[in-house]
Ligand binder design. Structure first.
Ligand SMILES: [Zn+2]
Ligand SMILES: [Zn+2]
Length: 360
């Protein structure tokens, strides 16, 4: 565990994502900010017991946004501790399985290795209906944490919030930015400190991402903890954030660069068309090469044998991807029926589907 500031402790889970234990100014009370990937509950409970006392529980769980790496263990923890989960109202459709987040954009400029792996992330939606509550929008005071205000920092997720304690200028920045190079999975795993853009393939509105970084840079934080990356303290925190705001690396191309996805309180209302992702074509070419080599091998080995061994490999190389819009439709209907989170097949399926018809 790492200390961000007085009463604020960061727990890194699998070197990939952070959760925060934030002590209230009310003695003995604390709040958990974010919950890691599904299955992180044991680590989080053990860390809380070690930090406070065995059997401790927070007054509430606050989600900075609903992405799986932040909300994944929310249900298990809420049920274990019997405490409420709070999130911005714009995140609720995604946390209540009423909508799925915009598909990740693996084609985004400078998406790096995260963009590569984003191809394999399904669209996300979770069923937390009976545990999640909306954050009240009439005040920017953070519930259960006197002295902390929350700021709406959309662009990466529609209802993403950051938390700021003015007294010592401590900022929990969620995924509005990252404190490690989020475009490189190795940098992230090595926890090399660097204030940078967070989660590029998942940013559905780049102008908002830029504005959110600007908003947070104006806070001139003295200590920073984000969803991904190490704690950064001292002048480097404000300098790094100012640098990112002033020289924001706006991508030159990508699905959500020229126009954003449109999201409202009901979910996603519009998705820009997906640019052609050349990787599957390259993979198909490699597949075709392997198939051809195999065919050639069979042909060589089979020389002199019967004609029947020859033409096997051709069809597999040109085969279409197995997913299609009907698969998603089925998953959505199944989810609607069972009230469970959608196990949507892949981002590709959603890309090909007229979006307004898939909302459920
Ligand atoms: Zn995120
Ligand atoms: Zn994240």
């Amino acid at each position: 565990m790492n200390q961000v500031a007085a009463g604020v402790t960061q727990l890194q889970i699998q070197r990939f994502v952070n959760v925060y234990f934030v002590e209230s100014s009310n003695p003995g009370e604390w709040v958990l900010v974010d919950t890691g990937l599904p299955g992180s509950e044991k680590d989080i409970i053990a860390a809380a017991d070690a930090l406070f006392y065995p059997g401790t529980h927070p007054t509430a769980i606050l989600l900075t946004h609903g992405h799986m790496d932040h909300s994944g263990s929310a249900r298990a923890l809420a049920e274990h501790w019997n405490v409420p989960v709070l999130a911005h109202p714009l995140e609720l459709p995604f946390l209540q399985a009423k909508a799925v987040y915009p598909p990740a954009d693996p084609t985004v400029d400078r998406g790096g290795s995260l963009a590569f792996v984003a191809r394999f992330f399904p669209p996300q939606s979770f069923q937390l209906s009976n545990v999640v509550q909306p954050l009240a929008l009439d005040s920017d005071e953070t519930p259960y944490l006197p002295g902390w205000r929350w700021l709406h920092v959309p662009g990466h997720a529609p209802g993403q919030i950051a938390l700021f304690r003015a007294e010592d200028r401590t900022l929990l920045g969620a995924d509005a930015f990252a404190t490690a190079n989020h475009e490189s999975v190795p940098s992230l795993l090595l926890q090399v400190p660097k204030i940078s853009v967070a989660g590029a393939p998942f940013n559905y509105n780049w102008q908002q991402v830029r504005d959110s970084v600007q908003t947070l840079a104006e806070l001139v934080p003295h200590a920073v903890g984000c969803g991904h990356g190490p704690v950064i303290q001292g002048p480097e925190a404000a300098v790094g954030l100012r640098e990112l705001a002033n020289n924001f690396p706006m991508p030159t191309h990508g699905r959500y660069v020229a126009e954003p996805a449109v999201i409202d309180a009901e979910g996603v209302q519009y998705l820009p068309p997906a640019p052609k992702d050349t990787l599957p074509a390259k993979a198909a070419l490699i597949g075709a090469g392997v198939a051809l080599a195999a065919v050639a091998g069979v042909a060589l080995l089979g020389r002199g044998k019967s004609e029947g061994t020859k033409s096997t490999g051709r069809k597999t190389a040109a085969k279409e991807p197995a997913y299609n819009s009907k698969v998603y439709d089925l998953a959505a209907r199944r989810a609607r029926k069972s009230g469970q989170a959608s196990c949507a097949p892949s981002a590709g399926a959603l890309d090909e589907y007229p979006y307004k018809e898939v909302r459920f």
